[in-house]
Design a protein around this ligand. Structure first.
Ligand code: HEC
Ligand code: HEC
Length: 444
């Protein structure tokens, strides 16, 4: 159509206002709107690479991606057999990374808080996990903040709600800050955020491996394929474990979501309602002022005045004094960072019941209404800390509904099964293997 004159185009449109041509003109205006919000001014910035297109996925030079490593990481992420550092013997080999990052729940726990060691049961999709009565609350592995999804994390420069991992990005020059805390001294090793975090993550989540264990569990050949470039004497250790997990996490892109297909040129990949919702997201509702990275999150930190996890009646081992409640300020200690949290990614949220860092809102419509009303929930957050963008949006009821549909449906990749192993080399039950989970998961 590029070579038609404008007047021919206009008459064509008049003749065929309900046909394909008119839709594609509308599409172009949405793409132009989307482009106007992208940091580089190009809507292609929002296109996520396919999970197998490893050369297009951001990686750490010291942990190059290869298909064998991603595959190994997928299995280890779900492997209960590496949970050998449990607090009590009852917990040994009963949990995995996927206890708190369940694929069917968009890699979130299926409940407000994730519980790994010290938890019991799975329910349908993690919702049935409870405290193991043999554990005291302060002995469990659970954090005082709602787990982030690991989807699209390859596009996160500094991980966690407070961005504490990684020596680059927003942490550049913060050596004095990260050296104060034991868990962030890992940033001195100079890995990217995901690699740094997972070196600590396997300790925090009570996992470890050695050559004997991985041989017994049936992973030795996979380590040889994945880490052929690493000397044999260093190949079967916890650093390799964390690197394989990091490689897998980098591969978790939601490239098959409708919005992604639409950006790649499939005009039919979004419904009229979803297109209307997208037009609000990138336009009138101003969501892309903050949600403007490839993952529809960003490296910015903002206070929205939502409640914290300790205020949720189900939450364990957290309280009003938990440093996690302070967001970025809990890490940097700077007054201006207090109560500010990283802008999270927005894919595969549908099907969850817990939104915001404190799991304080039950569904996406409620989140949209929160932004539309712009009245804070949490009295502890001083109003002068709250983002200046948090002001009433004046959306109508049908606009609220369209925007909600865009997030629920167009930002949903229906094929996350591709990121879950059919079975593990060890034959172990996953993602959990305590006696209640064995029954819930049909492993008996
Ligand atoms: C007990 C529950 C639990 C387990 C087990 C768990 N996680 Fe998490 N995960 C969390 C929570 C909670 C957060 C957010 C913490 C924060 O921001 O302070 C998180 C955040 C992350 C993030 C950061 C995502 C981002 O965008 O910043 C990554 C990556 C991650 N986890 C990977 C892993 C890996 C790999 C494992 C296994 C070694 C694992 N997790 C096991 C609860 C868990
Ligand atoms: C001022 C920046 C900013 C703007 C504007 C903004 N967001 Fe957010 N959004 C955030 C931050 C920061 C969080 C996490 C806040 C927290 O949990 O403390 C968040 C969280 C969310 C969540 C919850 C995600 C989860 O994992 O729980 C959704 C959904 C969301 N935003 C959608 C929207 C929509 C829709 C709009 C437009 C109406 C919007 N956001 C506008 C910064 C922003």
């Amino acid at each position: 159509m590029k070579y038609l004159t404008l007047s021919t185009l206009a008459s064509l449109l008049l003749l065929s206002s309900c046909t394909h041509e008119s839709v594609s003109v509308q599409d172009d205006s949405l793409l132009a709107l989307i482009a106007s919000t992208a940091p580089s001014g190009d809507y292609h910035d929002y296109i996520l690479p396919d999970h197998v297109d490893l050369s297009a996925i951001p990686a750490d030079d010291r942990n190059p991606l290869n298909a064998a490593k991603v595959e190994l990481g997928m299995m280890l992420f779900h492997e209960t057999g590496i949970g050998g550092e449990a607090f009590h013997t009852a917990g040994l080999n009963t949990y995995s990374c996927a206890s708190c990052h369940v694929a069917n729940k968009g890699f979130r726990p299926g409940r407000a808080q994730g519980i790994a060691d010290g938890g019991l049961g799975f329910g349908d999709d993690g919702d049935g996990r409870v405290l193991n009565g043999g554990y005291a609350e302060n002995q469990i592995d659970a954090q005082g903040i709602r787990p982030l999804s690991v989807l699209n994390s390859a596009f996160v420069s500094n991980t966690l709600w407070n961005g504490q991992f990684g020596s680059g990005g927003v942490n550049t020059g913060l050596e004095d800050v990260w050296r104060q805390f034991e868990e962030t001294q890992v940033n001195d090793l100079g890995f990217e955020a995901i690699e740094s975090q997972n070196i600590e993550g396997i300790k925090l989540h009570r996992m470890s491996i050695d050559e004997e264990l991985i041989t017994e569990l049936g992973y030795k050949e996979l380590f040889d394929l994945a880490f052929a470039d690493v000397p044999v004497s260093e190949r079967y250790d916890n650093l390799s474990l964390s690197h394989a997990l990091s490689a897998y996490i980098r591969s978790l892109t939601t490239s098959r979501a409708g919005f992604q297909q639409y950006l790649r040129g499939d005009e039919d990949a979004m419904t009229e309602t979803e297109i209307a919702g997208a037009t609000l997201f990138f336009g009138k509702a101003g969501c892309a002022r903050c949600h403007n990275g490839p993952n529809l999150g960003s490296d910015g930190f903002h206070a929205l005045g939502v409640n914290d996890l300790w205020q949720n009646s189900d939450a364990l081992f957290t309280d009003a004094d938990d440093k996690k409640n302070l967001g970025r300020g809990g890490f940097t200690g700077r007054a201006e960072d207090m109560f500010k949290f990283r802008v999270p990614q927005l894919y595969n949220l549908f099907g969850n019941d817990h939104f915001f860092h404190g799991a304080s809102h039950p569904d996406i419509e409620s989140v949209v209404r929160y932004f539309n009303d712009a009245e804070i929930d949490n009295d502890r957050v001083p109003s002068d800390h709250v983002s200046p963008f948090f002001t009433p949006l004046g959306l109508t009821e049908s606009e609220i509904s369209d925007l909600t549909t865009f997030i629920e449906k167009a930002l949903y990749d229906h094929e996350l099964d591709r990121f879950v192993p059919e079975e593990l080399p060890s034959g172990n039950c996953f993602p959990n293997a305590d006696f209640q989970s064995l029954s819930d998961l049909g492993c008996q």
